[in-house]
Design a protein around this ligand. Sequence first.
Ligand code: PNS
Length: 165
Amino acid sequence: METIAVYPGSFDPLTNGHIDLVERGLKIFDKVVIVTLNNRAKKPLFSVEERLSMIRDCFQGMDSVEVDAFDGLVVDYARKRNANAILRGMRAVSDFENEFQMAMFNRRLNRDVQTVFLMTGMRWIFTSSSGIKEVASFGGDVSGMVPPSIEKKLKDKFHQAYSKG
Ligand code: PNS
């Protein structure tokens, strides 16, 4: 039977660190389903539709990667997809507390799905969507941290925001 991992996140926007994690996930699972969910603690820069289209662009032609969005609990989405695991990346110790809490909540809500943590590559240990957005908002160079198509979307987004005043 095909093994499926659901990879949830805000992906606002997708970074090279996320892509690295998907590639690592595919060494363990037959399929990785990237699912964009709302993190109630964050106000997104990109709409769900924009995020989906940006992520789809980056994984075009890869049958083992699916891209989706869900409005609800990650465990409900995992159940709906018959997933074996919820995949999350762990960068530094600073990620641990929040990830541990989420994993425990998710385990409490659905005992059938395991959270699997993978370490991101060392190159991406400091990259985060929020850091990238901050740099891009001041016109800083984020090339090499996000795919070129996403770098362009960030430039367009902040250009629009500034030209509106
Ligand atoms: O990329 P992020 O912002 O760290 O991802 C967090 C996300 C979206 C995975 C998390 O907020 C989430 O799972 N949201 C959906 C609601 C949910 O299932 N919460 C349960 C865990 S507390």
